[in-house]
Ligand binder design. Structure first.
Ligand code: PLP
Length: 402
């Protein structure tokens, strides 16, 4: 039986009756823009995340753009972000006219390396955007130290990490702003595009709300230029149905991740990542040699509550990742490379100054090694076993399938 990388229907179809009810409610109300469900959904998000202001918007990308616009970031400013991320983090910075400055990442948690970030701060640096990649928090204490020292704004890209915790605190509520996405493949997947921006700061919330609606306050008076970044009432109404189920989605992903780690780590050549070997690239290579690791399994740091947007393997050895990918595909198992190219390697950023793109070696290596396997909550034990068996088969054949 094929196992797809994601199956949104397995999560949504059991909710059909409730989703229809929500649709009917909005249809009957006729309030398609900023209707009551938008406010209700914002209140429910703010209570779930323990944050004062939750501002819905049109996408995760637009949440980032709104945050940058609200902070007045633009031409002449530099914004620091990890080079190993989805394009939206970098693209939103570039679209404001500011310069994205790319920083290497930690090979254990895949998130921005705060020490390397420190080395790229200049007098023009205005903000730092940690990304909580694959559902695990970045090193927020270290980022906070940098931000305080250099007076930087912190915008957390939580598109893959809604409900994830850092030392008990929800990701997205630690910096000035946190941006989330409801793209269907995210942990709280909607029915089209949608996003959320949160903050505990009243003034920043007010600015973001203005940016969401053409900078308009009061009606037809514009003191700043904003955009149309609103979430549809329909989307909010449908997302409310799923938010009520959210804890069970996270529990399912965590259960699946634990099962993979338990079973896969029994196979020769497969080793769980060791958080003690995080920061230093040289020690990383030693560790990989010592353990003879062929595949490295992902691990959460002890202080992180990981929500597993992705379960991402590192496949060691030139060409091996692509062989495993091809092998899984012939077995009907969905998998994907997040991401094959880092931001500093993107053609559109080639004109950036060398200092924006330098010193990203670990990320370059990860881009050749990573492979994400199915982790969605509704996977059955039989499906998980199928994935594990296919990987075991690849290992048994001497890791040498062409
Ligand atoms: C998905 C994603 C975004 C963008 O979210 P959209 O809702 O698709 O616009 C931004 N950053 C990261 C890291 C993402 O994974």
């Amino acid at each position: 039986m094929p196992v797809t990388l994601l199956d949104v229907n397995a999560q949504n179809h059991p909710l059909t009756d409730k989703l229809r009810e929500a649709f009917d409610r909005v249809l009957a109300s006729g309030q398609f823009i900023m209707g009551p469900d938008v406010l209700a959904f914002e209140q429910e998000c703010s209570s779930m995340l323990g944050v004062k202001h939750a501002i819905t918007c049109s996408s995760g990308t637009d949440a980032l753009v709104m945050a940058l616009m609200a902070l007045g970031i633009g031409p002449g400013d530099e914004v620091i972000l990890p080079t190993f991320t989805f394009f939206a983090t970098a693209g939103s910075v570039a679209r404001t006219g500011a310069t994205p400055v790319f920083v290497d990442v930690c090979p254990i948690c895949f998130n921005i390396d705060a020490e390397k970030a420190a080395a790229k701060i200049t007098p023009r640096t205005k903000a730092i955007m940690p990304v909580h990649l694959f559902g695990q928090s970045a090193d927020m204490d270290a980022i906070q130290v940098l931000a305080d020292k250099h007076q930087l704004f912190v915008i957390e890209d939580c598109a893959q990490a809604i409900g994830s915790l850092y030392k008990g605190k929800p990701c997205g509520t630690i910096g000035h702003y946190g941006a989330y996405s409801f793209f269907p493949s995210k942990n709280l997947g909607g029915f089209g595009d949608g996003g959320l921006l949160v903050t505990n700061d009243d003034a920043l919330a007010e600015k973001a709300r203005m940016m969401r609606n053409h900078g308009m306050q009061p009606k037809y008076f514009h003191s700043v230029v904003g955009g149309n970044f609103r979430m549809d009432t329909l989307q909010a109404a449908l997302l409310r149905v799923k938010l009520a189920e959210y804890d069970s989605y996270t529990a399912g992903r965590q259960r699946n991740a634990a099962y993979y780690t338990e079973k896969l780590s029994l196979l020769p050549g497969i080793v769980v990542a060791d958080p003690a070997h995080c920061q230093c690239a040289a020690r990383q290579s030693d560790w990989i040699a010592e353990t003879a690791a062929k595949i490295i399994l992902p691990v959460p740091y002890a202080h992180n509550h990981h929500i597993w947007n992705q379960y991402t393997l590192r496949v060691i050895g030139e060409g091996r990742r692509d062989s495993l990918k091809a092998h899984l595909q012939t077995k009907g198992i969905g998998c994907e490379v997040y991401y094959p190219l880092t931001m500093d390697q993107q053609e559109c950023f080639a004109p950036l100054p060398e200092s924006s793109r330098s010193n990203c070696q670990i990320a370059h290596r990860l881009a050749t090694e990573v492979l994400s396997i199915p982790i969605y909550a509704e996977l059955t034990k039989q499906q998980l076993d199928e994935v594990i068996t296919a990987i075991a088969d690849f290992m048994e054949k001497g890791f040498a399938i062409p």
